[in-house]
Design a protein around this ligand. Structure first.
Ligand code: SF4
Ligand code: FES
Length: 360
């Protein structure tokens, strides 16, 4: 069996922002009882013993955890590469200096757009200026800076200006990642899914930026899988390289897996190694034995693993079905219908937002 390489530690789902594509669960009350500092330190120790090399400290907004510096110190002392994934709200210079001293290796800051009005509208609160200041502190303290921009119908036409902003921030890496449609984003899909023309224009901008910025900045461009012929090999295969621990201690093969009808696995009850090896949550879709046709007999089953289990479940109600993104899936019409609507002309996108996450 493969061993996990990366741990996504979702320290809290509390967050000052309210982005319409938020990856937090729809029901947050179940996560109010957060793991203690000692619980997290034990989880990190067990992860390091299993061979985990990368520890991503995420949320919600991980800076809302008062013990963040202690948690970073523990992960760093265990020899893991530590990455803070933050909205940057609360990233003051003194806090940043304490995190630096504790051994934090890398910071990823999310930015919603290239200018304050759009950015603050998408984030749900005034936050743009604070993000720019935080990015400057990251560079000033000598960290590598990744800027993450979630792309969607409402900001993708500004991608050239977004790249210019990221250049100005002197980022080492930018993730221009189209929204994935789970949870809040699935609810708000009509307001978020770009049209084919928008995507084509964005691709041209990315191509030019890569040619221009080549050795200076790594540009990662994630396309919306709704426009692909084949699905993405989600998480590199179910429970094969990554694991997630939610704020309440639930262990998950991917951040969206709490929606699946599988028995819970919790680090409050079992060790990470036992959960990884034996829990149904982790074994249910490992390998290819669970597959139905067309995946079961398809040449690509070891390449894309039948796509995303969470997407299959959210769109069809059955997590063992082929990801409907695949053009061979009998449910592919569910995806083409959404794509056709996204291309059917202009509707005021703000009116299409049906829900936003609760504030922390
Ligand atoms: Fe991948 Fe299944 Fe589609 Fe084949 S049928 S390409 S394995 S999702
Ligand atoms: Fe859960 Fe793809 S997001 S398997």
């Amino acid at each position: 069996m493969d061993r996990p390489f990366g741990l996504l530690a979702e320290l809290t789902y509390r967050c000052p922002l309210a982005c319409a594509y938020c990856s937090n669960p729809l029901e947050l009350a179940a996560y109010d009882d957060e793991l203690s500092t000692a619980d997290w330190q034990r989880v990190f120790t067990e992860a390091a013993e299993m061979g985990v090399l990368q520890c991503h400290l995420s949320g919600g907004e991980p800076l809302l955890r008062r013990d963040l510096v202690d948690l970073v110190r523990t992960a760093a002392e265990l020899g893991m590469y530590t990455n803070l994934v933050t909205s940057a709200i609360g990233f003051s210079r003194p806090r940043a200096e304490a995190l630096r001293a504790a051994g934090l290796d890398h910071v990823q800051v999310s930015v919603q757009a290239d200018e304050p009005a759009t950015s603050d509208r998408i984030a749900g609160i005034p936050s743009f200026e604070r993000k720019l200041k935080a990015a400057a502190v990251v560079k000033d303290l000598g960290w590598p800076l990744t800027v993450n921009v979630v792309l969607h119908r409402q900001n993708i036409d500004r991608i050239a200006e977004i790249v210019a902003l990221v250049e100005e921030l002197d980022a080492d890496r930018v993730e221009l990642a189209n929204t994935q449609y789970y949870g809040w984003a699935l609810r708000n899909r009509a307001a978020l899914l770009p049209s084919r023309d928008q995507l084509a224009r964005a691709e041209e901008v990315v191509r030019d930026a890569r040619a221009r910025l080549g050795g200076r900045m790594e540009i990662v461009h994630v396309l919306p899988d709704y426009y692909s012929e084949y699905p993405k090999p989600c998480m590199g295969g179910w429970a094969s390289r990554q694991l997630t621990v939610a704020p309440n201690g639930d262990a998950l093969p991917c951040p969206a897996a709490q929606t699946l009808p599988l028995p819970r696995a919790s680090v409050r009850e079992d060790s990470l190694a036992t959960i990884w090896d034996e829990s149904p949550m982790f074994t249910a879709f490992r390998g290819t034995g669970w597959m139905q046709d067309p995946c079961r007999t398809c040449d690509r089953r070891e390449l894309d693993f039948g796509g995303c289990r969470c997407q299959a479940f959210q769109l069809t109600g059955d997590a063992t079905r082929t990801d409907p993104v695949c053009h061979l899936s009998p449910d592919h019409g569910l995806v083409t219908e959404a794509v056709e609507k996204a291309n059917a002309g202009s509707r005021p996108v703000d009116e299409l937002l049906v829900a936003r996450p609760h504030r922390g």
